[in-house]
Write a protein of this length. Sequence first.
Length: 210
Amino acid sequence: MTQPPLPGVLADVAPVLDHWGYPAVAGLVFLEDFGVPVPGETILIVAAVYAGAGRLNLILVAVIAFVAAVVGDNVGYAIGRFGGHRMVERYGRYVLLTPARVAKAEAFFARHGGKIVTVARFIEGLRQANGIIAGLAEMPWRRFLLFNALGAALWVGVWVTFGALAGSHLETLYPAIARYELYFLVALAVLVVLLVARHLHRRRKERAEG
């Protein structure tokens, strides 16, 4: 039976997964986890949906994503630990790491340590910078590896489970998605506008205080 096309942003990523399969999951998750702005999390969710629909092996998707996530974050850790602030200041803008953002994140790491490494994967922006900042903060590698692996297992587990359940109920979900997609897009647009307005307000406030 031919499956219907995936909706929204998932449809944009689907051709990559159709063509490359498991290497796409490994490569994009790996690259995202040391700061490269690629849709690693999105490809993981799509792969899990595919697996739930019988197009990929769910266990392979989970194992590949877990290994890629752990290795990617360890590359980021090595960059931060051995490259230091000089490298991040020079090249950080290419992976959305400004000096101000790094300073705030380092202070956060100093206070919360391993807990941040664990939950960082679920936070956009921090997921990509997690390893680099842990290296910059000189967090012990074994401690980082432990909490990083725990976070990766939770992150992969949540999205693989969610995607697999969605993939196994595509015939039920697609009509509902099609029906409410417009409302979702409107709500998303409103959210983006509010976030941009908040960001601009903060910048004006910081300039006024400075």
